[in-house]
Ligand binder design. Structure first.
Ligand SMILES: [Zn+2]
Length: 456
């Protein structure tokens, strides 16, 4: 019955919890812009003070960039780590916001009450769901439920440059039995979800140069090699007619879906027609023999993200350009090795170069995919807790995006990550008018209380 007392406390304390979140949202902790460096520091201080008020030994830890916030509380049972980030995305274009992004408020909308403001969903609101669950627990029990390490980052929205070195230097301190990460969303905005599959990412920039200067096609057209023609042919050859990617060895390490996951996904009412319809499309463009849900969660991709070269201004100019450039990225799954694929891709492009053409490459990051084994009983316990709170069976899902932190917990600390989040597809994270449903915040706090109860 003690869980009931904690849940009742959470319900009664929601207005105060919301006020605390609004306080945190007023701090413009935009990590990528040096003008907000002091604000990032202020947000870290705010969190240290808040954790200390829960009896957590918390401190701001310096990095070459924005500080980490690390807090520990001792206890029996499993050692849990909780990760969230206190930095936010820039707010421009400002004129598309219906209010000051750092003057948050609760708004009534047709879909219910929302907390409007930058960071409300990504990730301050989500981060505070766990902190508030701990606060209610402490108020009812006098202590927190087990040994907990709080780990808050201030550079997630700007590429996390300090994260890996910090985790390596403090691996012994951060190592735990399970890392809870709250930076994801509900499946289809209504089903609670534990993300167990994240795709990796590899980026490449290509420059092909043919003549050493731009030429006039009246003078040189026909006799001189045009680098746009060369690169277009290469880019067009990256996919075959069935949507498969043609880079040699690309599918090495791509696993087939385990049967239990395939069955679960078949049971999910995934509406690909709506996903495509929302952006005025209708036909899935991936491998022809794969389902739409596989295309975004469990299959690797190759996308051409940008091409530029020659004359692109107003009017017309019959230029025969000296060089052309393109950016290409790959989403990776399973055991695909980003560095092996990078080499294979570069060799494929080099092999396609005719005489007189030179190609240069510039790499843009390479991270492998992560798949979480759900064999640890904590996963089923958490799934049951989530199902109980939301009154609908929680799902193990994939995520087309990349959350590098999950892989780092696994690789650097040997700690299994569990990704649970309460965001919705229409939260407009990274965009103007970001919001977090008050219900997501409230049920998120209650969910963590149930999960803590189940795990300890
Ligand atoms: Zn985030």
């Amino acid at each position: 019955m003690t869980l009931d007392a904690v849940l009742a406390r959470i319900d009664a304390d929601l207005p105060q919890a919301t006020d605390r979140l609004l306080d945190l949202l007023r701090i413009p902790s935009i990590s990528t812009d040096p003008a907000f460096e002091g604000d990032c520091d202020t947000a870290a201080d705010w969190l240290v003070a808040d954790l200390q008020s829960l009896g957590v030994k918390a401190e701001k830890r310096p990095t070459p960039g924005h500080p980490m916030v690390v807090g520990h509380v001792e206890g029996d049972g499993p050692h849990l780590l909780f990760y969230g980030h206190y930095d936010v995305q820039p707010v421009d274009p400002l004129d598309l916001w219906d209010r000051d992004p750092f003057d948050p408020e609760i708004q009534d909308t047709d879909a219910g009450k929302v907390i409007r403001g930058r960071g409300s969903s990504d990730d301050k609101g989500q981060l505070m769901t766990f902190v508030e669950a701990c606060r209610a627990w402490k108020a009812e029990h006098g202590t927190l439920p087990c040994r907990i390490t709080f780990f808050f980052e201030g550079e997630e929205e700007s590429g996390s440059p300090s994260l890996v070195p910090f985790m390596q230097e403090n691996a012994e301190e951060l190592k735990s039995d399970l890392a809870l990460i709250c930076d994801t969303g509900l499946f289809e905005s209504r089903v609670p979800a534990i993300v167990t599959m994240l795709r990796g990412l590899l980026g490449e920039e290509i420059t092909v140069t043919a003549p050493d200067k731009d030429l006039h096609s009246g003078m040189y057209g026909g006799i001189a090699m045009n680098p746009i023609r060369v690169l277009s042919r290469v880019l067009a050859s990256l996919h075959d007619d069935t949507g498969r990617i043609t880079v040699p060895g690309f599918y090495d390490g791509v696993p087939e879906l385990p049967d239990n996951i395939r069955q679960q996904w078949q049971g999910l009412a995934f509406d690909h027609a709506k996903l495509l319809g929302d952006v005025d499309l209708s036909v899935p463009a991936g491998e022809v023999d794969r389902t739409p849900i596989e295309m975004i969660w469990s299959r690797p991709t190759c996308e051409i993200n940008g091409i530029w070269g020659g004359y692109t201004g107003a009017g017309f100019k019959t230029v025969l350009p000296s060089k052309v450039q393109a950016k290409v990225s790959f989403r990776l799954v399973g055991d695909q090795d980003p560095l092996v694929i990078r080499e294979s891709f570069r060799q494929m492009v080099r092999d396609a170069m005719p005489p007189d053409c030179e190609v240069e490459f510039h790499g843009h990051g390479a991270g492998s995919a992560s798949i979480t084994e759900t064999t640890d009983p904590a996963f089923e316990q958490a799934r049951t807790a989530l199902s109980d709170e939301w009154n609908i069976p929680a799902a193990y899902v994939g995520c087309g995006g990349s959350i590098p932190i999950a892989g780092h917990f696994q690789d650097i600390l040997g700690t299994t990550p569990m990704l649970v989040g309460f965001g919705k597809d229409d939260d407009q994270i990274h965009s103007p008018n970001e919001k977090y449903d008050l219900e997501s915040f409230h049920k998120g706090i209650r969910s963590w209380a149930r999960i803590l109860d189940a795990l300890t």
